[in-house]
Design a protein around this ligand. Structure first.
Ligand code: NAD
Ligand code: IPM
Ligand code: MN
Length: 357
């Protein structure tokens, strides 16, 4: 079969990890007889430099005409002093919103071979970890009213607003329950309902949606407690569903349980089949262009693309098995390195994965 993939390398380590991921997909194409047609487009800081804006209209058009989008990362110190709506990160929000990608799946899986890279004690990890963070992606404080006013309580004031409507909570809750039905049938909804009105609405809508899923156990947890429980006893979680900002923070925390932020992939989905796939980490300016970045989070994001956008389950499994195989052989990028293992760079890891496929 033939699939059109829009690729957005972006900034920092983005081009390093996308290069390896394209090579992995090409290998999958050759092995299974699929044709992946890649079209590279600009977004982020590199787009600001090339055409003066973080998200050119052409990028949105190309993405909409593609079967899926593969993104590296955007942002970096070079663009940190630009005004809010002109920053590279705005490209991500613009894409998520323009493509209607309200559901962000962030699976945190600890590979057996990476137990030594996980900072938690062996007795806490037990026989492994498998959590799926379901993050709402097109609402909340990321998209609420924001601005500045001259007369605040103690001088000039800046504000950002968190708002959620019933329909927005309903659809992300349904996504979370549907996923839980295929896993261990437990949903933890994370909010701050002891303080925030938007969280109180969130909680009541999640309770309503739960009635359609009698087999799923639902629990509610305040976000501060959830942050603590993730390191105290992560095995209690199966699916965690939460708001845009809480999901951003908790998924970075969950990523460390898998050994490194360089291991955690994501899929951003909406009503249609078009999805965007990206690692949860950023552009890692400190290691950009040095052949040091771990490409596995992006490669695993490509596996999610094969599964969710193209329905290629076997091909997705093949990528995931290749990752397991290479880790079992003892190869590590710097971020997941531990004693006695073999250190490789971004390209070396890419080559090992391709050979394993
Ligand atoms: P970051 O995720 O880029 O980096 C945090 C730390 O993790 C750094 O030490 C980095 O070297 C390391 N790291 C990240 N990915 C890695 C990988 N694949 N392999 C090995 N190590 C890795 O977060 P940050 O430093 O807070 O942000 C840097 C820039 O990235 C900022 O401009 C930020 O806005 C942007 N950002 C973009 C995205 C995205 O495009 N999706 C996500 C987060 C941050
Ligand atoms: C992520 C990133 C983005 C977010 C930023 C760069 C806009 O941190 O994808 O997790 O906060 O959603
Ligand atoms: Mn983030």
């Amino acid at each position: 079969m033939k699939f059109k993939i829009a690729t957005i390398p972006g900034d920092g380590i983005g081009p390093d990890i996308i290069e390896q991921t394209i090579l992995v997909l090409e290998k999958i194409g050759a092995k299974y007889g699929h044709q992946f047609e890649f079209q590279e487009v600009l977004a982020g800081g590199c787009a600001i430099d090339a055409v003066g804006e973080p998200l050119p209209q052409e990028t949105i058009e190309v993405c909409k005409k593609s079967d899926s989008v593969l993104l590296g990362a955007v942002g970096g110190p070079k663009w940190d002093n630009l005004p809010g709506n002109g920053r590279p990160e705005q490209a991500l929000l613009g894409l998520r919103s323009a493509l209607g990608l309200y559901a962000n799946l962030r699976p945190a899986v600890l590979h057996e071979a990476l137990k030594d890279a996980c900072p938690l004690k062996p007795e806490i990890i037990g026989d492994g970890l498998d959590i799926c963070v379901v993050r709402e992606l097109t609402g909340g404080i990321y998209f609420g009213d924001r601005g500045r006013r001259p007369e605040g309580k103690l001088g000039e004031e800046a504000y950002d607003t968190e708002a959620y409507s019933v329909g927005e909570v309903e659809r992300i809750a349904k996504t979370a329950f549907d996923i839980a039905m295929k896993r261990n049938k437990k949903v933890t909804s994370v909010d701050k309902a002891n303080i925030l009105e938007s969280s109180r609405l969130w909680r009541s809508v999640v309770n309503e949606v739960a009635k359609q899923y009698p087999e799923v156990t639902l629990e509610h947890m305040y976000v501060d407690n959830a942050a603590m429980q993730l390191v105290r006893d992560p095995k209690q979680f199966d699916v965690m569903v939460t708001t845009n900002m809480f999901g951003d923070i908790l998924s970075d925390e969950a990523s460390m349980i898998t050994g490194s932020i360089g291991m955690l992939p994501s899929a951003s989905l909406g009503e249609g089949g078009l999805g965007m796939y990206e690692p949860i980490h950023g552009s890692a300016p400190d290691i950009a262009g040095q052949d040091k970045a771990n490409p596995i989070a992006t490669v695993l994001s490509a596996a999610m693309m094969l599964r969710y956008s193209f329905g290629l389950e076997e091909e997705a499994n093949t990528i995931e098995e290749a990752v397991t195989k290479v880790l079992n052989l003892g190869y590590r990028t710097g971020d997941i390195m531990s004693a006695g293992m073999k250190l490789v760079g971004t390209k070396g890891m890419g080559k090992l994965l391709i050979d394993a496929i």
